[in-house]
Design a protein around this ligand. Structure first.
Ligand code: SAJ
Length: 417
């Protein structure tokens, strides 16, 4: 069977590659010429474990082809981004143009799947009318469904296969076709429900995680005020069999948790209170870290240099989209701090140094922004030698306090006074 995947970001490229690996003839489509030409040469700019090896293999075997225009296929998967605009409202232009782009390639019997995380109602109210603007009728000539991805960046290829799916078809036949298709490569369970429920479930999963993290961040602020170590409070609370609080930190980033909850808020302004407040609490964290840095450096005279270790939105990925550390850097920059950054996952960014020691030269304060596993190997003794100051702020409770203090750093954990 032929599959055409529209959108070759983290999700689209991964699913296209996996399907090609499972024997489908796949056409991956992206309007970005650079992505297409790079992939055609077997080059991939996304850093995701094993993806580069698999992409090279399926491109070489010609099971995956890449182009900037779609082609005829039996199954079309739409996996483009659904960002929010400055009013926190879903920007569906990519979903709309992706759907429009396949119209002239559709034929009777085709199955169209929306995988992009979308506001409730998108498949029925936006995608269906566009598909029917050609002379094919949904449910009679072509089939339509929603199947969001639930993969975890850093472990995408594994989770694409292993995770359970909650999917919805526009009618029974569509659901049947969706189920058959996903069972051809998914090893998890596939639960079939109606489209709107499937759309809402995807939003709820990420909103749930966002609310839980906001709770942890609120606890951090409270514990700071009453001089308690929030990390211990959470650790011991989680010993209860029915309590599972996530980690506080410098804020919530990425393309999912900081965006998807707004799709619920937008459509339910009067009711979505906790969800909206949680977004605001999580968005306040970079400013909270900034204020902490101001306090820690208040007695330093003249230019103040801050070194940031890690700027991606979370550990062990290369993605800096919506990263709270990027927000922190903007605040520091506006306040006149000299900044240098060390993040081996990132190839290019203002203030980025390729060498850790160089990044720390003459620095007054080092901030651990992201808990990349490789940061465990850093020699803080070497860093200390080249620094002007001696303060280290750990925003993730990742480093070993004793080890850091042994080399004469003042170790501050986010939440400490
Ligand atoms: N974070 C915390 N504290 C925590 C966990 C995370 O502050 O305890 C922060 C991270 O540092 C990061 C942000 O939250 O900035 C988001 O990270 P994440 O670990 O929640 O995961 P994502 O955004 O990479 O992936 C999420 C996952 N959703 C859920 O687990 C419910 C993934 O399964 C989804 O497929 C993905 O969103 C998506 O594409 O929607």
């Amino acid at each position: 069977k032929k599959v055409c995947v529209i959108g070759l970001g983290y999700i689209g490229l991964s699913i296209a590659t996996l399907l090609a690996h499972y024997g489908y003839d796949v056409m991956g489509v992206d309007t970005n010429e650079e992505i297409v030409s790079n992939l055609n040469e077997g080059k991939i700019i996304i850093k995701e474990p094993y993806l580069d090896i698999l992409v090279k293999d399926v491109i070489q075997k010609k099971k995956l082809k890449v182009s900037n225009i779609p082609c005829e296929a039996d199954i079309f998967i739409i996996a483009v981004q659904t960002p929010i605009n400055k009013y926190k409202s879903a920007d569906l232009r990519y979903v709309i143009s992706a759907t429009s782009s396949i119209l002239s390639y559709l034929k009777k019997g085709d199955l169209i799947i929306l995988e992009s995380t979308s506001p409730v109602g998108t498949t029925q109210e936006i995608i269906k009318p566009i598909l029917e603007s050609c002379d094919l009728e949904v449910s009679k000539d072509i089939y339509l469904g929603y199947c969001p991805e639930k993969v975890y960046p850093g472990n995408i290829l594994n989770e694409l296969v292993k995770n359970d799916r909650v999917i919805g078809g526009i009618d029974d036949k569509s659901s049947e076709k969706l189920k058959e298709f996903y069972y051809s490569f998914v090893k998890g369970n596939i639960y079939v429900t109606d489209i709107k429920t499937a759309e809402m479930v995807k939003l709820v999963e990420n909103a749930y995680r966002d609310v839980n993290i906001a709770f942890a961040n609120e606890l951090l602020k409270i514990c700071n005020e009453i001089d308690l170590n929030v990390w211990n409070v959470i650790k011991y609370s989680n010993k209860h069999p029915r309590v599972n609080i996530l980690n506080p930190g410098p804020g919530v980033g990425g393309n999912c948790l900081g965006i998807d909850p707004w799709f619920i808020v937008e459509d339910n302004q009067d009711l979505a209170n906790i969800i909206k407040l949680s977004r605001d609490i999580n968005d306040s964290m970079p400013y909270y870290v900034f204020e902490k840095i101001e306090k820690l450096t208040i007695n330093i005279l003249g230019l103040k240099k801050i070194t940031i270790l890690g700027i991606t939105y979370k550990a062990n990925v290369d993605d800096i989209r919506e990263s709270p550390i990027i927000d922190l850097i903007k605040l520091l920059k506006n306040a006149g701090y000299t900044i240098s950054i060390y993040d081996p996952f990132v190839d290019e960014y203002e203030f980025l140094e390729k060498d850790l020691i160089k990044a720390c030269e003459d620095s007054d304060l080092v901030v651990l922004g992201v808990d990349h596993t490789i940061f465990k190997d850093i020699s803080f003794k070497d860093i200390k030698k080249v620094m002007k100051g001696n303060i280290l702020l750990d925003t993730r409770n990742f480093l070993d306090r004793k080890e850091i203090e042994d080399v004469k750093f003042i170790y501050k954990l986010l939440g400490d006074n």
